[in-house]
Design a protein around this ligand. Structure first.
Ligand SMILES: [Fe+2]
Ligand SMILES: [Fe+2]
Length: 258
């Protein structure tokens, strides 16, 4: 089984890139299942029903999210829609809307958020341990989107889950890392998938907007770069259907223009 995990999709430019490229990649690379990190889908901040639908229509099976999941208030009610395969990180308080894991049938997906430089959340390590101890996802590939800032926290999670999940792939920094590998127990890992957005930007946002914040210290609205060259960062994981663990992981990084 071949699973593609796609990094944070930034605004309209990122969405149009996914809509153009994902159907091509699905057939070119014989991909069976796709996750996409959606926290920056809508104008760079949050998700909406329509922007999630764009991804699902283009070939995504599950849309994950992160710290920006609450930015669009109108989307929060949709997180509780059992028919919509959109997740929020699992280690929010149990009373938070939405869910952090989904068993789609062929593949089970978990969404976690890190605590180092991100925020105060329940332990992502304890949360995923409790889920796996319940027998959830047993006998099928389990893949984890760990939305976190620190490479150390992401690597620690991958080693913690080595041999128990098919993949632990990081998101949130928007910067792809060159450390993709399969750990000894059979868990595919990469510190960060990267993003789908403009290379002529600061993590997908207009350079001027971000630079002004650093130069002046004055808050300023950040706008995603929506036109021109785009990059598409993802990783392809091949899973052994006998063991439900990873055989290989390789980066799939492409260029596109919108
Ligand atoms: Fe992001
Ligand atoms: Fe994030």
């Amino acid at each position: 089984m071949r699973i593609l995990m796609v990094g944070d999709v930034i605004g309209r430019g990122g969405r149009h890139t996914v809509c153009g490229l994902l159907p091509i990649l699905r057939s070119e690379l014989n991909i069976d299942f796709v996750t996409v990190q959606g926290e920056n889908l809508a104008g760079g901040f949050g998700l909406t029903r329509d922007t999630v639908a764009d991804l699902l229509d283009s070939g995504a099976d599950v849309v994950t999210s992160g710290n920006h999941v609450w930015d669009r208030k109108e989307f929060i009610e949709h997180l509780d829609d059992p028919a919509l395969p959109a997740l929020r990180p699992m280690n929010y308080p149990a009373a938070a809307p939405g869910r952090g894991s989904i068993d789609t049938g062929p593949v089970a997906v978990v969404n976690l958020i890190g605590r180092v430089f991100v925020g105060e959340f329940d332990s992502p390590f304890d949360a995923v341990d409790d889920l796996l101890a319940s027998g959830w996802g047993k006998g099928k590939p389990i893949i984890v989107d760990f939305h976190a800032e620190a490479t150390s926290e992401k690597a620690a999670m991958a080693w913690h889950l080595d041999g128990r999940t098919a993949a632990v792939c990081g998101t949130h920094t928007h910067v792809p890392t060159a450390d993709a590998r399969v750990l000894p127990g059979g868990t595919a890992f990469v510190s960060d998938l990267g993003m789908v957005g403009s290379p002529d930007s600061v993590i997908g946002m207009h350079v001027d907007d971000v630079l002004a914040r650093f130069l002046t210290g004055v808050p300023r609205r950040m706008r995603p770069v929506e036109r021109g060259p785009m990059k598409f960062n993802s990783a392809l994981i091949e899973v052994d259907e006998q063991t439900s663990l990873a055989l290989s992981i390789e980066r799939v990084d492409r260029k596109w223009t919108v």
